[in-house]
Design a protein around this ligand. Structure first.
Ligand code: G1P
Length: 314
């Protein structure tokens, strides 16, 4: 087994995106723009920023636009060149030159654990990262780099955890954990996929970043379908958490306290767009000013309607 620094990132993108229908009828949900970049580009940029320049996307049917986005578009390049529009040329080159991107199809959508298993041949016997496209991590709060550091120090696998309100824990994998000497690192003693709030061992939710030991492949081969009849990555991690370090087991958690945007549902997606637009140097100042006025108008309208509520027209 290689002990070198991980270089590979796996991004599962086979999901159907049904929460965004009809927008995702013919367009992958990963291609929905967050301001002016498709959501998937932020995720690939995050991997590259953490030093992972070999990216494998685990795709499915109807995901061709993803491949096109990270490939060259000669016609567009020639047209921009003819106009001398260097700024836009740079923008399209940025996505083409970002990383060394590979694609493999998942075939049957049998769950996240299955998607990771499909990456086995490409990854080989080295530690690797998994990034889920629904979670965007603010580039100012580098999470993946910290996880890679923790994996280099402690070995085994590393999950990203975030404290969530107890009533939201059923939406996530949930970790039982004990403290370590590092304020932001815990030892994970158990994991359960999407438990009901009253059965959850903690309010530590697994968010969509993982650094995994290749032993996860051996475990996934033996992992039966779990919640929702799917092969769950969380179940494989539960097994790894109980295995000795010498056998490739052991799971640590990095407790993330930075900015995370959940683009997996419509409300989260809208918030991500507004927050990221507000922070942009080129758009932010004008947008935030407008937003302030818009919110003030909304409040005024709400106050107005409540004070006139129930009044009979004169
Ligand atoms: C997946 C994982 C879950 C994790 C979540 C993070 O669930 O199965 O353990 O907490 O991602 O976003 P999904 O949201 O794909 O249903």
């Amino acid at each position: 087994m290689s002990t070198g620094r991980p270089t590979k990132a796996v991004i599962p993108v086979a999901g159907l995106g049904t929460r965004f229908l009809p927008a995702t009828k013919a367009t992958p949900k990963e291609m929905l723009p967050v301001v002016d970049k498709p959501a998937i580009q932020y995720v690939v940029e995050e991997a590259v920023q953490a030093g992972l320049t070999d990216v494998l996307m685990v795709t499915g049917r109807n995901k061709r636009p993803l491949e096109d986005h990270f490939d060259r578009n000669i016609e567009l390049e020639l047209s921009l060149e003819a106009k001398g529009d260097q700024e836009r040329l740079d923008r399209i080159h940025a996505s083409t030159d970002l990383a060394n991107i590979h694609y493999v199809r998942q075939g049957d959508p049998l769950g996240l654990g299955h998607a990771v298993l499909v990456a086995e041949q490409h990854v080989g016997r080295e530690a690797f990262a998994v990034l889920l496209g629904d979670d965007l991590i603010d580039e100012r709060d580098p999470l993946l780099a910290r996880m890679l550091e923790v994996q280099a120090q402690r070995g085994g696998s590393v999950v990203a955890l975030m404290e969530v309100p107890q009533q939201q824990i059923h939406l996530y994998g949930c970790a039982a954990a004990t403290a370590t000497d590092d304020d932001d690192v815990v030892r994970v003693t158990g994991l359960v996929e999407k438990p009901p709030a009253d059965e959850a061992p903690s309010n530590l939710a697994v968010i969509g970043r993982y650094v995994l030991s290749p032993t996860v492949f051996d475990v996934l081969h033996e992992t039966p379908p779990g919640r929702a009849g799917e092969i769950q990555l969380t179940d494989a991690l539960q097994t790894l958490a109980t295995m000795p370090a010498d056998d490739g087991g052991g799971v640590s958690g990095v407790v993330f306290r930075g900015r995370r945007y959940d683009t997996g549902d419509r409300a989260g997606y809208l918030k991500a767009v507004v927050r990221i637009a507000s922070d942009r140097a080129d758009l932010g100042p004008e947008f935030v000013e407008w937003l302030g006025q818009f919110v003030a108008e909304l409040k005024q309208a709400a106050n107005g309607s409540s004070s006139t509520g129930g009044r009979v027209n004169p």
